[in-house]
Write a protein that binds this ligand. Structure first.
Ligand SMILES: C[S@@+](CC[C@H](N)C(=O)[O-])C[C@H]1O[C@@H](n2cnc3c(N)ncnc32)[C@H](O)[C@@H]1O
Length: 244
């Protein structure tokens, strides 16, 4: 009973250790705060720091591909916050027509499958194309594309990618996005899967686990609930790297 009471009284996961620097680090908050404000919700009165751990982690991993060549992508844009984080981190690194591709149905989730449990219904998480467009307008290299994954990915099939963020919540679109982007990653490229560790997204986790089992792709599960897939680097894939 005491044990149960103790577990019930542990503060929520988003109460961060006040000793960590990043939580209140002005060096990154001042650069990203305006992009993160929509996390406060449409009325702006919610807590814009409510998923700051995932925003910070996404920024860190996007930074790892700063010196790689290739396109970047996000599957599941919603209001545009996570695409804005990626674009802000990498804003000076898009060259030779490289783009950030941001895909969303803007009609919410498709029909869940039996793998997805009962947390979601078709049409949940509907966002507005114009709202996302507005949040991403300062990034001229960002292509916001409305349509259903996987069909909408087709125009990108010839491009190499250095980074993809997959945040689709459900089994089928997550499986399609992984199958599309992982083989197109340059060496050193990274895929961040937002939903992997969440009890509400068992289908997304299953899709990642099946993909890893079939490909042996290196996977790291994070305490934030995210998971990261890597394509290991060689010197040739690093901009300005030494080619022995
Ligand atoms: C959790 S939200 C994305 C949140 C966003 N990445 C962020 O961090 O703010 C999931 C999004 O995936 C989109 N989505 C899910 N399945 C899709 C599919 N098959 N095709 C296109 N969009 C899809 C939904 O419309 C929704 O906007």
């Amino acid at each position: 009973m005491l044990n149960w009471l103790f577990r019930r009284s542990v503060p929520p996961a988003r109460t961060f250790n006040p000793k960590v620097v990043w939580w209140n680090d002005e060096r990154w908050l001042s650069r990203f705060e305006r992009h993160l404000r929509p996390d406060a919700g449409p009325t702006g009165v919610g807590d814009w720091k409510r998923i700051l751990d995932r925003r910070f982690t996404l920024a860190q991993f996007a930074g790892m591909v700063l010196r790689l060549r290739g396109q970047t992508a996000e599957c599941g844009v919603f209001t545009g916050v996570s695409s804005a984080v990626i674009c802000e981190v990498l804003r000076d690194s898009y060259s030779d027509g490289e783009r950030h591709w941001a895909f969303d149905s803007f009609a919410g989730l498709p029909e869940p499958t039996t793998s997805d449990g009962d947390a979601w219904n078709s049409g949940d998480l509907t966002a507005n194309y114009a709202t996302a467009r507005q949040h991403l307008k300062e990034f001229p290299f960002c292509e916001l594309v409305q349509g259903w994954i996987p069909e909408v990915l087709e125009p990108c099939s010839e491009f190499p990618f250095r980074f993809a963020h997959i945040d689709l919540d459900l089994y089928e679109p997550t499986a399609h996005a992984l199958a599309f982007f992982y083989p197109r990653l340059v060496n050193g490229g990274i895929i961040v899967c937002d939903d992997y560790g969440f009890r509400t997204c068992p289908g997304a986790r299953q899709a990642v686990d099946e993909f890893v089992q079939n490909t042996n792709a290196p996977l790291v599960e994070l305490t934030t609930g995210q998971a990261v897939l890597f394509r290991l680097a060689t010197n040739e894939s690093i901009r300005g790297g030494n080619n022995p």
